[in-house]
Design a protein around this ligand. Structure first.
Ligand code: NAD
Length: 249
């Protein structure tokens, strides 16, 4: 049976959406958790309490901007103080600032690259310390189908998500000898607050491109993350797992 008993996981951006679904799935499998996001501390505490009530796992919440190295450093210190170790890191925090390139500001380019890509560098660099001490670990980076096939209006987002794929493969090679695996998940279109902004017409057009004829659910991603976090994926590293309903093959 797949379980994450006695494991500690950090899921960045787990205040809502896909990150929260991953946190719930991990907790349901016995994992202890560090919940993080940019939501107000009270909202994150609500999320924490919900996980504790429903699954009985030890959970802490910590508001930190994972694109800032000093805040990542604080996040690490709190996690180690509470749990003494971290086995699994899911780099999930992400944002969009969509526009056609001619209308895209330099600020929106920088912001998306910082939150979606630089954060994975900062968090991995810091949390690998704990994994090196343990002699094992799992890093799971949430990329996107858009990083694989591109999308008009998202040069910043797709560059950040394609960057995460290269980052995952290089880091997988660096850490393989230390029994730390690094993989990416590339979700297709998933029903979350992020995709609520897409208009009805565009939603219909997108559906026609998905062979399985539905948007993905957060749970579709959470299941694959749980598999990658578990012992069942011991021999998988440097891979990109597409979870896109067949939209991109
Ligand atoms: P969401 O907007 O619902 O949630 C994003 C979470 O990230 C929130 O909890 C937010 O507080 C947090 N966050 C944002 N910036 C942060 C920062 N600087 N530091 C810490 N936390 C931060 O988004 P979602 O749809 O759940 O997406 C989660 C991830 O999945 C993102 O990386 C996104 O790019 C990726 N993704 C989503 C889809 C989709 O269709 N929804 C598809 C492919 C990939």
């Amino acid at each position: 049976m797949l379980d994450l008993k006695n494991k500690v996981a950090l899921v960045t951006g787990s205040g809502q959406g896909i990150g929260l679904a991953i946190a719930k799935r991990f907790a349901s499998l016995g994992c202890q958790l560090v919940v993080n996001g940019l939501e107000e501390a009270e909202k994150l505490e609500e999320v924490r309490n919900g996980l504790v009530d429903e699954y009985g796992s030890k959970v802490i919440s910590f508001r930190a901007d994972v694109s800032k190295s000093d805040e990542v450093s604080d996040l690490y210190d709190v996690a180690i103080k509470e749990f003494g170790k971290v086995d699994i890191v899911v780099n999930n925090a992400g944002i969009t600032r969509d526009n056609l390139i001619l209308r895209m500001s330099e600020g929106d380019w920088d912001k998306v690259l910082e939150v979606n890509l630089k954060s994975a560098f900062l968090v991995s660099k810091r949390f690998i310390r704990a994994m090196l001490k343990l002699g094992r670990g799992r890093i799971i980076n949430i990329s996107s189908v858009v990083g694989q096939m591109g999308n008009a209006g998202q040069v910043n987002y797709s560059a950040s998500k394609a960057g995460l794929i290269g980052f995952s493969k290089s880091l997988a090679r660096e850490l393989a000898g230390k029994k730390i695996t690094v993989n990416a998940i590339a979700p297709g279109y998933i029903d979350t607050e992020m995709t609520e902004k897409i208009g009805d017409k565009a939603r219909e057009a997108l559906l026609s491109l998905i062979p399985l004829k539905r948007y993905g659910s957060r749970e579709d991603i959470a299941g694959v993350a749980a598999f990658l976090a578990s012992d069942f994926s011991d021999y998988i590293t440097g891979q990109v797992i597409p979870v896109n309903g067949g939209m991109f093959m």
